[in-house]
Write a protein that binds this ligand. Structure first.
Ligand code: MSP
Length: 476
């Protein structure tokens, strides 16, 4: 049940080595839908997204472009800001890890963990995947390569690093996940992901190297300026530092971290342990979705199948894109998408389904010269219990199926009643039953397609209802 008055939700902060693509769009649009839904319910929302700007991967990308890392980050983070504006993303703040205030809070935090005795120096010998910015073991690799970054060479590293006593927190973390009454309890969702984390924790975990000796592009370790803080230690803290930077400390702890499945471990184990160590309250829930596959393949620059949000917007419009992302959201399994599937779905659900229904009813209302149209209502958890639960659990396709079921029932009712043959009072009576339903549909759709929903609400609550151009022109 949704009780939170304050609702703080986040997306991962994206690496600036890449342009925004459909994968980043997936998480950001999903978070935006939830943020708008909670605002609709009357919650006070803090919705955070941003960019992850330190580390070897970003430094390498900057070097390739012959730019200083800072100039490069300034340029690429702007691409993310623009992409989210274009998609009508309603984030309340955009955090960048190169923000001096963030850096200051990160230094203070790591110092606290050090002072507590949870950090020690030791020799690290092993492998590192720059693509993941992660230390890897043999079991993570397939034929000696990282399955997520097969084009990259795995680096061999031997260096003196600072280590965080992650293993010390194994038992408290298992208890916090399993025991709902534990004071540190947090949820991992969907359930299969929770099991995945628990079983890995139960096999035992090692301490974690949290500094780098040869990566100058990062925040210096406060007590040893020859090393920089491991990019993930710095990045995870964005969720906490953002509340301080924006003076929104009352929103802490986060209600929901929305992430992709490949970074589940960082958020459910490393992050929670860091906070436990520093004595900071823990986030309440982490949800990890799966991945988009493009035409059955992994999306990659070398295959040339990367789908960019601006290309989707050109073809389907802002709300069309948002709808297509939500309806194909990879809730638990990977979701296969393609331009062909998107166009079919757009035509079936938006051009024919919603668009056609709205156009039909508006035309009849114009003919009937309706005088006192209905008012827009409100979404309440009691009235739309199932729908609200679907949204709360990020089961977008179920929430949308609930709405489209309403749409098709209305279509059937119109076909049955043949209102185009009705005149005068009879037509008005019919429309007075149908228009409130259209308004209800538009309210339910507001988190998904906000501009279109408001357009429908304005159209059907105006003093005279008029036919308008199609909401979603058919694509061929
Ligand atoms: N910088 C880290 C996150 C730090 S959070 C403290 C990072 N950045 S990333 O740019 O690689 O973005 C990863 C995220 O993008 C995934 O967790 C997921 O949210 C999204 N996606 C990237 N590719 C994706 C798909 N193919 N499909 C769906 N979402 C995916 O990791």
């Amino acid at each position: 049940m949704i009780m939170a008055e304050k609702f703080y939700l986040t997306t991962p902060i994206y690496y600036v080595n890449d342009v925004p693509h459909i994968g980043h769009t997936c998480t950001t649009v999903a978070a935006d839908i939830l943020a708008r839904f909670h605002r609709q319910l009357g919650d006070q929302v803090f919705f955070l997204t941003g960019t992850d700007e330190h580390g070897a991967k970003v430094a390498q990308a900057a070097e390739k472009e012959n730019l200083t890392p800072q100039a490069f980050c300034d340029r690429v983070s702007e691409n993310f800001i623009k992409a989210w504006k274009q998609l009508n993303i309603s984030n309340d703040y955009f955090i960048r890890t190169t923000n001096p205030a963030h850096k200051k809070f990160v230094s203070e935090f790591i110092q606290k963990v050090y002072d507590k005795g949870d950090i020690y120096k030791a020799k690290y010998e092993g492998s590192y995947c720059i693509g993941c910015e992660k230390f890897v073991t043999e079991t993570d690799l397939v034929n000696g390569k990282c399955p997520l970054h097969p084009a990259d060479e795995i680096q061999k590293q031997i260096e003196e690093n600072y280590f965080f006593k992650l293993s010390k927190y194994t038992k408290p973390l298992i208890k916090a996940i399993e025991d709902k009454n534990d004071q540190n309890h947090y949820q991992i969702s969907p359930p299969a992901k929770k099991e995945e984390v628990l079983s890995k924790l139960k096999t035992g975990i090692d301490d974690l190297s949290i500094s780098r000796a040869n990566v100058p592009w990062g925040i210096p370790i406060p007590w040893d300026n020859n090393q920089t803080i491991y990019v993930w230690f710095d990045a995870l803290l964005n969720y906490y530092t953002a509340t301080k930077i924006t003076d929104r400390e009352e929103y802490w702890p986060t209600n929901l971290h929305l992430v992709g499945k490949e970074i589940l471990w960082f958020h459910t184990v490393i992050w929670e342990a860091m906070l436990l160590s520093a004595g900071v309250p823990r986030p309440k829930k982490v949800f990890a979705h799966s991945f988009y596959m493009i035409d059955g393949q992994k999306m990659s620059k070398s295959i040339g199948n990367v789908i960019k949000p601006e290309d989707l917007v050109i073809k389907y419009g802002v709300d069309g894109t948002r709808y297509l992302i939500a309806s194909s959201f990879p809730y638990s399994d990977d979701s296969d998408v393609s331009w062909k599937k998107f166009t079919e779905k757009y035509n079936a659900d938006l051009a024919n389904g919603l668009g056609n229904l709205v156009a039909r009813v508006a035309k009849l209302a114009e003919k009937a010269e309706i005088k006192n149209p209905a008012k827009s209502g409100k979404i309440t958890e009691t009235k739309f219990k199932n729908y609200c639960e679907f949204l709360e659990k990020l089961q977008f396709s179920d929430a949308l199926a609930f709405i489209w079921d309403k749409i098709s029932r209305m279509d059937k009712e119109i076909d049955k009643n043949q209102p185009w043959k009705l005149e005068g009072e009879k037509l008005v009576e019919f429309l007075e039953r149908v228009i409130p339903e259209i308004l209800e549909i538009s309210l339910l759709l507001e988190p998904f397609i906000p501009t279109t929903s408001i357009k429908i609400q304005k159209q059907f609550t105006a003093p005279t209802i008029k036919s308008e151009p199609p909401l979603f022109p058919r694509l061929y």
